[in-house]
Design a protein around this ligand. Structure first.
Ligand SMILES: Cc1ncc(COP(=O)(O)O)c(C=O)c1O
Length: 406
């Protein structure tokens, strides 16, 4: 079954998204510049040490990654769109595809398409499904707003969306199986790791269910790849996407979409035509000219991850420390479910308005993510996330801040 591109609206980047990206862009140096006003009205820049606990938002990337981007673009700029340049362009993208396939154990590298970010990948996948009025989508309250927005945009075409809010993996499976049995479910769109509380959704179990009921499984791996083990030696969701700039510590404007069978194999009706003009699977998803510098930087970042390993034990021990300290402080409640959590994320909410207001006015050099709780938009959640490069002293000074204040 091949899904033909159909014209639809472009994925939107809301002003809110831009507002949340802008402050991140200077996190790369991990040195923040704070603007302060002198009494006489002139502005001065003060350098403050930034305690960066928002790796789930964006990871700073390494010098080697920047070098790879620069070298690749310099080389290409010498060759341009000459025969040699086109060869270099194609060879670079293909090599990066193969490197990613090898890391994630995707059998066929041609199933990997490079995309500019996770939101676009989700939109591309949704736009290639021939939806029928009455089709149903299952998703969760834990999806990112930019992904949810594209799902909701299908509603005027007669697509029904069920947003589940399970408290355990078993509950999720039961709810999904009931809906698969009783409704015309076309697709499940779900995160691998929740951006809200770091819970790990049981995607392999869901895959088996969707196979039995002929529904598509579309997985948002934005918080998973480079954070928890992700590989597909013997099974693969119908679509799995992730950006480069989060846990892979790659450049912004990069990402990958791994295509499963329904997006790879030609429809019976199209088979003869497809045989004649056979295109690799990625070709229908990699639109127009790509930035091979960024793609090479992304592949380099993934290669560094592969070489250095995920350092799960280090991340777990930091999580345990955060959890332990917060369990001794009053005024906060953990955001967790009765299932596994990823090691680099910990989230909590405040039990009262006073603590919430106080935490929102935390020292400005601490960077964490504050978000409205999906079930109660008037209440606030706080997500802290770290990598193995996060300085232990930084995490400790945040924990001391809690111990001293709550
Ligand atoms: C789970 C999840 N999906 C998607 C996104 C959007 O990612 P991108 O900026 O790559 O489109 C985010 C961003 O935080 C996320 O956490």
């Amino acid at each position: 079954m091949v899904y033909r591109p159909r014209p639809t609206h472009q994925p939107g980047v809301s002003p809110k998204t831009i507002a949340s990206i802008l402050p991140l862009s200077f996190n790369l140096s991990l040195g923040a510049i704070a603007l302060s006003r002198k009494p006489e009205g002139r502005s001065i820049f003060l350098k403050a040490h930034m305690i960066y606990l928002n790796v789930a938002g964006l990871s700073p990337f390494k010098q080697d990654v920047q070098q790879e981007i620069t070298t690749t673009l310099e080389q290409f700029s010498r060759l341009l769109y000459s025969d040699e340049g086109i060869h270099y362009y194609r060879e670079t993208v293909q090599r990066c595809r193969e490197d990613l396939a090898q890391w994630l154990q995707v059998e066929d590298g041609q199933r990997i398409a490079f995309v500019p970010n996770a939101t676009t990948a989700n939109w591309l996948v949704l736009s290639r499904i021939p939806w029928k009025s009455g089709d149903q989508i299952l998703t969760t309250t834990h999806e990112n707003s930019t992904v949810l927005k594209e799902i909701m945009a299908l509603q005027p075409r007669g697509i029904h969306v069920h947003t589940l809010d399970p408290s355990s993996p078993d509950e999720l499976e039961t709810q999904i199986e009931q809906l698969l049995k009783s409704r015309q479910v076309r697709a499940i769109v779900i995160s691998h790791v929740s951006h809200i509380d770091g819970r790990i959704f049981p995607i392999e179990r869901l895959y088996r269910l969707t196979q039995s009921y002929h529904a598509l499984l579309i997985v948002d791996g934005a918080q998973a790849v480079g954070h928890i083990p992700v590989n597909f030696p013997d099974w693969q969701p119908d679509a799995y996407f992730f950006p480069g700039h989060k846990w892979c510590a790659g450049p912004m404007g990069t990402g990958a979409l791994i295509l499963g069978k329904p997006f790879v194999e030609p429809d019976e009706n199209d088979r003869n035509e497809e045989e004649e003009t056979k295109q690799p699977a990625w070709a229908a998803f990699e639109l127009g000219t790509q930035n091979i510098g960024l793609i090479a930087g992304f592949a380099k970042a993934c290669a560094i991850k592969q070489q250095e390993g995920l350092k799960t034990a280090t991340l777990e021990s930091l999580r345990e420390e955060v959890r332990q300290t917060l369990s001794e402080t009053s005024g906060v409640k953990f955001l967790e479910w009765e299932g596994p959590h990823s090691p680099g994320i910990f989230s909590f909410t405040c039990l009262d308005k006073q603590t919430e207001l106080h935490l929102q006015s935390k020292p400005h050099n601490i960077v964490w993510k504050i978000f409205p709780l999906p079930k109660d938009l008037n209440r606030t959640g706080i997500r802290v996330s770290w990598s193995s490069d996060t300085a232990k002293a930084d995490l400790e000074s945040v924990l001391t801040f809690f111990q001293d204040n709550y």
